[in-house]
Design a protein around this ligand. Structure first.
Ligand code: FAD
Length: 539
């Protein structure tokens, strides 16, 4: 196949124009183009009010590939297409009886289990939360009735933290083996829209993701794997630096010398257990801040100008960074176009926010985290779990400031910049449920974070007109931007550096940040597990 990069067409081009453009670009007759598909489609909207065009990457099959490539050898945008297919690294022998365990069924555990199952390794997944159907009910109980289920919520349960989300599926990780394509391909096979394979910033949205995840669970089971919900791992069985199995909250023991640890960033009790058991953990940087909400129309107008509301472009997003005079970096995080701010705690008497949306992204507000990077050396010295303790402390304080009933503390942007408490909303109505209690957000986070955000908001207003409008709403607090710990593994075998057979993976272990990268890490770790199991089996 031949890869054509940078093929530009007007935003409103008719469907047949693409084939004509491919033929023209390859300088061949129409009959010589046997087939083609869109590998990626993006648009560039950085120059406001100039024409926005689609930019395509195309893979084409032609009658005489060698001749066509030779003729276009000087065109740096035309090359042989790379092979982006996925090829399993192993196949489990028929008589292999030992089964790998996968702890956690978020995107990382899901892809680790699916990949292992596809290679014949029959994994057993242990997930502390409930299946998507019951979990959805439990999560809504917090949002609607202020009732939290500590084992079944936005963070815990089938699909992991990414289930109630915007379902953004892009990442800046290096992916030389195209594992990201496998993640997308599996999602599409399980019912996600085909377009996620080629649009430059794909997203699925919460509602569709729930169906996709349960379809994938059924495939794992059909391949001989098992998925056990309400199965919280509370202890590891370790013998002479080698994992031998795990213990569950109900006292059951499961034996295996191969355990994938795909915990996510919120399993604080499990981090503590790992530390107690001597598994090597270190503190790592993360970020804290607030969610900000504006009318989506304001963002569309600022980003897309005369194209605002164009059906091919959808709701616009943004990405902002500012270096504050106190040395801190302030940046937007997990921006959700046309979405809602959600209560994302997994622990009683704590408040933490995040954002989600449906596939349509048609809610009235845009929201994003506005966060400040913090690090163990400067901001939370004191050992591997100091970041966890800081998060707990801040989330408890946010619970107090919100009125002790899972409402979140909030403030209008104008008041926040001036340093005066807010008492009434303006035009922007916050979407956070069960509700936002207006007041002063300054006591909710360390002073250097408040100062940095105060300085950043007017600067962001210069990049997006109206970003610092007085009635935009800040809702606090955002603390779970990434894991506060790294469960260190060696780069070759992907096993814990001091506990053999334990494979730390995904966001909780510090090796991913987001759904796509967590899925990719799950695939990598599945391959490492399969390789280790085969090597031990054939010894
Ligand atoms: P998780 O998804 O956190 O999964 C870990 C799983 O392990 C959980 O289900 C948990 O119950 C289970 N577990 C933990 N401890 C134990 C134990 N001891 N025993 C058994 N099971 C255990 N990312 C994006 O890329 N795009 C987005 O649009 C996006 N939106 C988000 C919106 C929200 C509201 C949230 C909370 C997160 C969002 N994220 C988004 C982040 C994304 O969800 C995470 O990066 C991703 O889910 C991490 O995957 P993971 O598998 O490593 O961990």
């Amino acid at each position: 196949m031949i890869r054509i990069n940078e093929l530009q067409l007007p935003l409103d081009h008719p469907a047949e124009a693409l084939r004509q453009a491919v033929v023209a670009r390859l300088k061949i007759a129409d009959t010589e183009l046997l087939d083609f598909n869109v590998f990626k489609r993006s648009y560039d909207a950085r120059k406001k009010n100039s024409e926005i065009t689609f930019v395509y990457i195309i893979d084409a099959t032609v009658a005489d590939e060698a001749k066509t490539l030779a003729r276009l050898a000087d065109d740096r945008h035309i090359r042989v297409s790379p092979d982006t297919g996925y090829y399993p690294v192993a196949q489990a022998p028929e008589d292999l009886t030992e089964r790998p365990l996968v702890i956690g069924f978020g995107p990382c555990g899901l892809f680790a289990a699916l990949t292992l199952a596809q290679m014949g390794f029959k994994p057993i997944v242990l997930e502390r939360g409930r299946d998507v159907r019951r979990r959805t009910k439990d999560t809504w109980a917090l949002w609607r009735k202020k009732v939290l289920s500590p084992e079944s919520n936005v963070q815990f349960g089938e699909g992991g933290a990414g289930l109630f989300s915007d379902g953004k599926l892009y990442s800046q990780i290096k992916d030389p083996k195209f594992y990201g394509r496998k993640v997308m391909h599996e999602f599409v096979r399980a019912g996600a829209p085909e377009e996620i394979m080629f649009v430059s910033k794909p997203h699925i949205g919460t509602f569709r993701l729930t169906g996709v995840v349960s379809t994938m669970r059924e495939e794992i089971k059909a391949l001989g794997g098992e998925v056990r919900f309400e199965s919280r791992v509370v202890d590891l069985i370790i013998d002479e630096g080698r994992i031998q199995g795990v213990r569950l909250a109900d006292g059951q023991e499961l034996r295996s010398r191969y355990v994938v640890l795909a915990l996510g960033h919120s399993s604080r009790d499990t981090f503590r257990m790992l530390h107690q058991r001597g598994v090597y953990i270190e503190a790592k940087p993360f970020a804290v801040g607030f969610r900000i909400e504006h009318p989506q129309s304001l963002i569309d107008q600022a980003r897309l100008g005369k194209y605002a509301g164009h059906p091919e472009l959808g709701a616009a997003d943004y990405k902002l960074v500012y270096h504050a005079s106190n040395g801190r970096a302030v940046y937007s995080f997990c921006m959700c176009p046309g979405g809602t701010v959600v209560a994302a705690t997994s622990e009683p008497e704590r408040v933490v926010t995040n954002g989600m949306s449906q596939y349509s992204r048609n809610e009235r507000n845009a929201n994003a985290g506005i966060v400040v990077g913090i690090n163990p050396d400067e901001d939370f010295p004191g050992g591997p779990l100091a970041g966890v303790e800081l998060q707990e402390h801040l989330e408890s304080r946010a619970f107090e400031l919100g009125g002790r009933d899972y409402c979140a503390p909030g403030q209008l942007v104008g008041d926040f910049i001036r340093g005066t408490p807010s008492s009434a909303f303006g035009e922007v109505e916050p979407s956070y449920k069960p509700g936002v209690r207006l007041g002063d957000l300054a006591p909710s986070l360390p002073d250097y974070v408040i100062e940095a955000i105060r300085e950043a908001l007017p600067a962001f207003g210069k990049q997006i007109r109206g970003f610092d409008r007085a009635d935009a709403v800040l809702t606090g607090i955002e603390t779970r931007t990434s894991s506060p710990v790294r469960i260190k593994r060696d780069n070759e075998s992907l096993q814990s550096i001091n506990t053999r057979g334990l494979f730390p993976a995904g966001e909780g272990a510090g090796y991913a940040g987001g759904i796509l990268s967590a899925g990719v890490d799950g695939i990598k770790v599945a391959e490492a597990v399969a390789t280790a199991m085969l090597a031990d089996f054939t010894k």
